[in-house]
Design a protein around this ligand. Structure first.
Ligand SMILES: NC(=O)c1ccc[n+]([C@@H]2O[C@H](COP(=O)([O-])OP(=O)(O)OC[C@H]3O[C@@H](n4cnc5c(N)ncnc54)[C@H](OP(=O)(O)O)[C@@H]3O)[C@@H](O)[C@H]2O)c1
Length: 234
């Protein structure tokens, strides 16, 4: 289900819950659809404008499902022949190995994709030393619950100051998905690839200044869920 109508993040999270719990679609299938759809768009952008959206793809993955989407994107771009590098601002040992994100992290490690965990201040140096690249922001999505602190604050700052193309997954990290308020810092994206429906925060407050061009990817949520919701809203 793709919708251009902005929805509250809690509404989309409820769609996810119902898809998983009521319809039996495993969360990892939704994650696969999200990441595969995003990778297809990123691949197209890179072919259409190879100077701006140049590989390598530097994929920043946070500790939740937004990071999980990033691992799936990494796998699909790698399979398409693009060089990819994955950077984590947290100790992956902390991530539940059985979680959807943890499973996808284990897969890309087995594939030999570079996964590194540099310290808070090191990402800026890494990005400066790199020539042109494209940053994929999978740090924090709708689960952002408080103002950024290091290492996230430093990583978002390094992204903002890098001058590289930035493509955000679901929502630029640091942007409140509901209100569009910046919680500490946010790096303006050239493109935001959002899942199931645009979140209200992309379209109000500071959202429009940080979202760039918006793409909506269907992730396989049953249409019935949306129709039932609209019926109840009258
Ligand atoms: N079913 C699916 O797989 C599916 C479907 C659709 C979309 N998605 C993706 O999943 C995302 C939502 O995933 P999610 O609920 O796991 O949330 P998330 O956006 O990935 O972030 C949640 C993680 O970030 C941490 N966090 C929140 N605010 C923070 C801050 N200011 N500084 C540092 N860490 C912070 C949380 O820690 P605490 O617990 O300590 O707060 C938690 O570990 C969506 O945006 C979308 O990208 C997944």
């Amino acid at each position: 289900m793709a919708s251009v109508r902005p929805e509250k993040p809690e509404t989309v999270r409820e769609w996810d819950r119902l898809a998983i719990e009521e319809y039996g679609i495993p969360g990892i299938v939704l994650m696969e659809n999200a990441g595969a759809g995003a990778a297809a768009i990123i691949s197209r952008l890179s072919h259409e404008d190879p100077e701006r959206y140049a590989p390598p793809f530097v994929i920043l993955c946070g500790p939740g499902n937004n990071g999980g989407d990033g691992y799936v994107v990494a796998r699909h771009l790698f399979n398409s022949g693009f060089p990819v590098e994955v950077y984590l601002p947290f100790n992956p040992g902390v991530q539940e190995e059985e979680s959807d994100a943890g499973i996808n992290l284990a897969v890309i490690r087995k594939m030999g994709i570079t996964v590194e965990t540099p310290g808070p201040g090191e990402l800026g140096r890494i990005l400066q030393q790199k020539g042109t690249c494209t940053i994929i922001d999978g740090l924090l999505g709708t689960g952002l619950s408080r103002p950024l602190q290091d290492p996230y604050l430093a990583w978002v700052g390094a992204t903002a100051e890098s001058g590289q193309a930035v493509i955000a997954l679901d929502i630029p990290s640091g942007l409140d998905a509901g209100s569009g308020e910046i919680l500490g810092r946010c790096a303006a994206a050239d493109h935001t690839i959002t899942f199931a429906a645009p979140k209200t925060g992309l379209c109000q407050g500071s959202g429009p200044d940080f979202t760039g061009r918006l793409h909506v990817v269907k992730i396989g949520i049953p249409q019935n869920i949306r129709e039932n919701q609209e019926k109840h809203q009258g």
